[in-house]
Design a protein around this ligand. Sequence first.
Ligand SMILES: NC(=O)c1ccc[n+]([C@@H]2O[C@H](COP(=O)([O-])OP(=O)(O)OC[C@H]3O[C@@H](n4cnc5c(N)ncnc54)[C@H](O)[C@@H]3O)[C@@H](O)[C@H]2O)c1
Length: 342
Amino acid sequence: MPLTGIIVGAGHFAHIQLEAWQEVQGARITAVLSLTMENAQQLADLYGIRAFDDWDTAIREMQPDFVDICTPPDSHYHYTRLTADLGLPVLCQKPLAPTLQEGEALVAYCEQRGVPLMINENWRWQAWYREMKAMMDAGMLGHVYSAYMAMRPGDGWGDNPYPVQPYFKEMKQFLIFETGVHYIDTYRYLLGEIDSLYCQVRTLNPVIQGEDLAVIHMNFRGGAVGLYDANRVTYMEQVRCPTYGYMTMEGTEGKLRLEGDGSIYYTPRGGIERKHEYVIPTKGWKGGCTIATQQHFVDALQEGSPFETSGTDYLASVRAVYACYESASTNQVVHLNAAANN
Ligand SMILES: NC(=O)c1ccc[n+]([C@@H]2O[C@H](COP(=O)([O-])OP(=O)(O)OC[C@H]3O[C@@H](n4cnc5c(N)ncnc54)[C@H](O)[C@@H]3O)[C@@H](O)[C@H]2O)c1
């Protein structure tokens, strides 16, 4: 029997997740819960599932095996607590919570009750990062000494930036908290834990409250150096291309570069650059990452195996986010607490 879940939230990303749930093996979503019935019903009708605006009624009538939380961060802890009190597994969207303290409390709440908690961090599941990791594991880059990511979605210019997610404009901490966390987590996936970092931020577009430019210089414990150079304002011919930008990784045996459409080009030491052929899934948003993430959640639940982005693991990415803001405000290198990062 497939597991059944309910999704909380019926906005921009709940839609994308529900589309992905159609492809996931071993589980399905049976209902959507939102603030208003009208909001929930719109999405429920699209996917032929039930709609609710009341938690207790939804739980009583649907008896789910898990809960998929896809609301804004300020209600993640609330729904995580409600779910954990029922002893049910939680799949919770990033950003974990509005503050580091609340994020830590959310993770501790599940840990203390032995409830499985996975953060729905889908970036590292984009097909190109999986492929780059496979190339690294196959020794194609040798010992990696540096990685550079230029994030340029090109959607932050003018009086009406971010039309897809207008709430971005009001966020006091924006680029690193909302989007940079994806890249910090992906860097950790590729290069391991961060030892120290230095960060600078700017607000280029005056109609938004938070930063829309961030440059983060990361030192990894394994010895590699990473640069995340992010800017949402620079003009781009293609707005929000699949990878949101381009990336390079360089090592002793070769180097690669990632293009905006997910293409990877590889140059072995002493050789010439060639396109590296691999399959990019066409379903599942940004290289199949929503399907892959949700499938990983279901597989791990069924096998009793660990989540890549368990709450505990993900706190290392969240702590790095706050270390960035600390670095930017003090203009100092911040050393991440080794014990907390393990
Ligand atoms: N992983 C990704 O790639 C990715 C991309 C976009 C958004 N997100 C995350 O997904 C989450 C939702 O973002 P979104 O863009 O869908 O936001 P949104 O504003 O479009 O939708 C939020 C939905 O949650 C509902 N909601 C708000 N508070 C609620 C509450 N207390 N109880 C029940 N429902 C409530 C709203 O009515 C709305 O339906 C955020 O945490 C966001 O950061 C992740």
